[in-house]
Design a protein around this ligand. Structure first.
Ligand code: UT7
Length: 332
């Protein structure tokens, strides 16, 4: 954990895009042995949005980015870096970020992807903030974008009911007078748990073969209950310690942006931290788990509602494949 020093870094604008097509829990009952009740009770999810044929991670990232840029008043030519947090890139290389940088004609910007499970979004915010605070970059576009529906096994009820597609974006830059700033970040990993959420096939360890296809290694696999236990054991004390080290009690945080993976995990964490549930931003019922995009979608919707007040503290936190986890605190 550490505090950001140097140039204060502000969120200049946010944007989001979710595909139009909606897949309800009821729709899933025709595909796998599940029920609307099971999915709602165990996860809080009611619907998720699914990319149309031909829609790519880069194309939904572009839509979210254009809104964020518009809202920030910063033009693509003024971007120094484009960072895309994703676990479902169009292709392994090129990354989504360079494609996006080309689509936006952000001619002076560099570009790279961050792929570290669902925590990628929080990691990316911290990387961007560090780069701007140090003076290396000025304006950075940070995007969380996923088309997970293409890497899900739609016959596996352990995973297919959970995930959805979507993209959220934010433009970060040096804070002008009176603007908010990021305060601190804490990024962790427990790589001994690397077997809990995986997509193994098609690369170095398991090169694509008839066997990898047959064993369905090209799809997301998850030991859901192990993840559930790991998160419930590790995340509440991590967040408590992180708040205290940042100089806050958990109740000092005005708005909590949890990774939208499971309503039960969110509720349990909030309860253990003694947080008022009204301070927790929730959209899992509508989008499911959008992995690296989830905290961006939650923030963008929150901003659209115009709820944010000057001086409020926001805490973004996520966990995911790796197992990685982390948090970042912002003062509006
Ligand atoms: O962002 C990535 C991080 N991932 C996560 O955060 C996922 C964390 N894990 C979870 O959210 C939960 O573990 C799940 C929602 C995935 C599963 O809930 P659970 O309470 O841990 O259920 P379980 O895996 O212990 O399974 C309970 C029962 C099992 O049946 P039996 O053995 O009790 O007969 C499962 O076979 O529920 C069954 N089950 C289902 N039933 C209906 C599992 N999936 C389904 C399903 N529909 N989709």
């Amino acid at each position: 954990m550490g505090f950001f020093n140097g140039v204060p870094v502000s969120i200049k604008g946010t944007g989001m895009y979710v595909p139009e097509k909606v897949l309800t829990n009821q729709d899933l009952t025709a595909m796998v042995d599940t029920s609307d009740e099971w999915i709602r009770d165990r996860t809080g999810i009611r619907r998720r949005h699914i990319a149309a044929e031909g829609e790519l991670t880069s194309s939904i990232a572009e839509k979210a980015s254009r809104e964020a840029l518009r809202n920030s008043g910063i033009s693509p030519e003024d971007l120094d870096m484009v960072i895309v947090a994703t676990n479902s890139p169009d292709t392994l290389f090129p990354g989504v970020a360079p494609k996006l940088q080309g689509m936006l004609e952000a001619k002076k910007a560099g570009a790279f992807d961050v792929q570290s499970g669902c925590t990628s979004g929080v990691y990316s915010m911290a990387i961007a903030t560090g780069g701007i605070a140090s003076g290396v970059w000025k304006n950075v576009l940070v995007v969380g974008a996923e088309v997970l529906s293409r890497i899900i096994d739609w016959t596996d009820r352990n995973t297919c009911v959970l995930f959805g597609d979507g993209a959220g974006a934010m433009v970060l830059g040096p804070a002008a007078d009176g603007e908010g700033h990021f305060i601190s970040a804490n990024m962790r990993s427990d790589g001994t748990k690397h077997d809990q959420i995986t997509l193994l096939g098609g690369l170095v360890e398991y090169p694509a073969s008839g066997e990898t296809l047959e064993k369905k290694l090209h799809y997301v696999a998850m030991k859901g209950n192990d993840v559930f236990k790991f998160v419930n054991r590790v995340i509440p004390p991590f967040l408590k310690e992180y708040c205290l080290e940042s100089g806050f009690q958990p109740e000092d945080i005005s708005w909590w942006f949890f990774h939208q993976a499971n309503q039960r995990i969110i509720d349990k964490t909030a309860e253990r931290l003694g947080i008022n549930p009204e301070k927790v931003v929730i959209n899992i019922h509508e989008y499911g788990n959008t992995s690296a995009a989830s905290v961006f979608l939650a923030l963008c919707e929150f901003m659209r509602e115009g709820k944010l007040q000057k001086g409020e503290k926001l805490l973004f936190t996520a966990f995911g494949a790796g197992m990685t986890y982390g948090g970042i605190i912002y003062e509006a």
